[in-house]
Design a protein around this ligand. Structure first.
Ligand SMILES: Cc1cc2nc3c(=O)[nH]c(=O)nc-3n(C[C@H](O)[C@H](O)[C@H](O)COP(=O)(O)O)c2cc1C
Length: 312
C-alpha cells in the first residue's frame, strides 16, 4: 500500500478511536461498549476473546469462592429477551487470581466482578482480587434469583460496600437491579463509598410453558435483553433527575449503536451488554462500534462530549 494511503488510514483509525474513547472507573476505554458479566466471561480465554473483538473492557463472571448449590442452571431465549437461573462462577480463587494476573500483564482491560455470602467475606475476597492491580471492580450483589433476597435491602447493600471500601482502594462500581427501591439502594451504596453504579442486573421474572403446564426455567429467573431496555433507561433517568451524580454504567437490552446513544442520553458514561453476545457472538462488537463511530462523525461529536452533556 502506498505510504500516503497508510498514513490517511492511520489518521482515520486514530480519529475513530478518539471519538469512541470514554473515561470511566479510573480507566480510559477505547470504546464505551463493555462486555457484561455472565457465562461468556467466565474464564481467561473467554475474556481474551471478548477484548480482542474490540470491547472497551470485559467484566468477569461473578467470582464467588464459597459453596454454591448444585442447581440445574438454565437459560431460555424468547422474543423479548432471555431468562436465566445461572448463579456465580464455579472457578476457584486461585484459578481466577492466576488468570487475572496474566490478563493484566497482557494489557486486557478487565473489571473483576465479585460477590460473597456476607459483607465480611466480600471484603476479604475483594482485597485478594484488588491486589492484582486492575483499576476497578464491580460488586455483583444484586442477582435477583439468588435466594438471599434480603441482600437488596439498602442497609445490607451499605454493609457490603462499607466492608469492601475499608479494604480496597480501587474504584468500586456497585451493580444493582432497576427495580423498586433503586434510589435508596444507590444512595446507601454511594454513602458508604461506592464510586459508581452499574445498572442493571437482570430483573426478576418468570414465564409459563403452557404445553408442559409448568414454569419455564422451573421458577423465578433473571430477565435480560431487549425487553428490559426501556425499564433501565427510565431507572437511570430517574436517578439522574433525583440528583445522583456519580458515574453510571448502563446495562440492559443493548443491541445497536442507537441503544448505546439512548443510554448516553439518559446519563450513562459507558454501557455493558450481555444477551446480544450470548453464545460468544463477540464479532457483533465491531459492527456496533462502526455504526456508533459513523453517527458520531456525522454529528461531529464524541462519546466524551455526549457524556459531558453537549448536544450533538
Ligand atoms: C446467562 C446470564 C448470566 C449472568 N450472570 C451474571 C453474573 O454472574 N453476574 C452479574 O453481575 N450479572 C450477570 N448477568 C447479568 C448481565 O451481566 C447483565 O446485567 C444483564 O443480562 C442485562 O444486560 P443485557 O440485557 O445486555 O443482557 C447474567 C446475565 C445472563 C443472561
Amino acid at each position: 500500500m502506498p505510504d500516503g494511503h497508510k498514513i490517511s488510514r492511520d489518521h482515520a483509525l486514530e480519529a475513530a478511536e478518539s471519538r469512541l474513547t470514554t473515561s470511566v472507573l479510573g480507566m480510559t476505554l477505547r470504546n464505551p461498549l463493555i462486555v457484561a458479566s455472565g457465562p461468556i466471561t467466565d474464564g481467561e480465554e473467554r475474556i481474551r476473546r471478548a477484548f480482542k473483538a474490540g470491547a472497551g473492557a470485559v467484566v468477569s463472571k461473578t467470582i464467588f469462592v464459597e459453596e454454591q448449590p448444585r442447581i440445574l442452571e438454565r437459560t431460555a431465549l424468547f422474543g423479548a429477551g432471555m431468562l436465566n437461573t445461572t448463579l456465580y462462577s464455579r472457578r476457584s480463587l486461585d484459578a481466577w487470581r492466576n488468570a487475572l494476573r496474566r490478563l493484566k500483564e497482557d494489557g486486557v482491560a478487565v473489571i473483576p466482578n465479585v460477590h460473597a455470602s456476607t459483607p465480611d467475606k466480600l471484603g476479604a475476597l475483594a482485597e485478594q482480587i484488588a491486589e492484582i492491580g486492575f483499576p476497578a471492580m464491580e460488586l455483583g450483589i444484586a442477582c435477583p434469583h439468588d435466594s438471599g433476597h434480603e441482600r437488596a435491602a439498602p442497609s445490607v447493600i451499605a454493609q457490603y460496600v462499607a466492608s469492601v471500601r475499608r479494604r480496597v482502594s480501587a474504584t468500586i462500581t456497585v451493580k444493582l437491579g432497576a427495580s423498586e427501591g433503586l434510589y435508596s439502594q444507590a444512595s446507601a451504596a454511594i454513602d458508604e463509598g461506592a464510586d459508581a453504579l452499574s445498572i442493571s442486573d437482570t430483573l426478576p421474572a418468570l414465564l409459563v410453558d403452557t404445553d408442559r403446564w409448568q414454569l419455564v426455567c422451573s421458577g423465578l429467573a433473571g430477565y435480560s435483553g431487549a425487553g428490559i431496555k426501556p425499564i433501565v433507561l427510565n431507572a437511570i433517568y430517574n436517578l439522574r433527575s433525583s440528583g445522583i451524580t456519580c458515574p453510571i454504567i448502563g446495562i440492559g437490552g443493548i443491541e445497536t449503536a442507537d441503544d448505546i446513544l439512548q443510554y448516553l442520553y439518559v446519563g450513562a458514561c459507558a454501557v455493558q451488554a450481555y444477551t446480544i453476545f450470548n453464545g460468544s457472538r463477540f464479532e457483533k462488537i465491531s459492527k456496533i462500534s462502526r455504526v456508533l463511530d459513523h453517527w458520531l462523525m456525522t454529528k461531529q461529536t464524541s462519546v466524551e462530549r455526549l457524556v459531558l452533556g453537549n448536544r450533538p
